[in-house]
Design a protein around this ligand. Structure first.
Ligand code: AMP
Ligand code: ZN
Length: 112
């Protein structure tokens, strides 16, 4: 399903590389970040491979909205609906995996 060779997150979604699942449905997968930067740090990815949030917004805006819903629901459970949602975009902004992913940071009060 739009899988890209040599993509770490495609390998995680397919189960070839293990991950700690937080949520899944037909289009979307969420798992714990291996180097958490908050008490709860979850990555939400579309199953389909898109390189960036801009590419996702252009090709499948409903999936981008769905990712926001999933983030909200994770934060509702973890921290009364408070969370930070980050899409690092481009190497110089800290993007290291080029399969779009939302960082959901929650579970505790976050520094500004
Ligand atoms: P970014 O730097 O925005 O591209 O985010 C990539 C994120 O993926 C980083 O926060 C990493 O800690 C995380 N990460 C890398 N490898 C894994 C893995 N095998 N399982 C879970 N998270 C990972
Ligand atoms: Zn991928």
């Amino acid at each position: 399903m739009g899988e890209s060779d040599d993509c770490l997150f495609c390998a995680i979604i397919s189960g070839r590389i293990p991950s700690e699942k937080v949520y899944e449905d037909e289009t979307t997968y969420a798992f714990k970040d291996i180097h958490p930067k908050a008490k709860v740090h979850v990555l939400i990815v579309p199953r389909h491979h898109y390189g960036s949030v801009a590419e996702l917004a252009k090709s499948d805006p409903a999936e981008l909205a769905h990712i926001v819903e999933v983030a909200q629901s994770i934060a509702d459970d973890a921290f009364h609906g408070a969370y930070r949602l980050v899409f690092n975009t481009g190497r110089d902004a800290g993007q290291s995996v080029f399969h779009v992913h939302a960082h959901v940071l929650t579970g505790e009060t976050l520094d500004e």
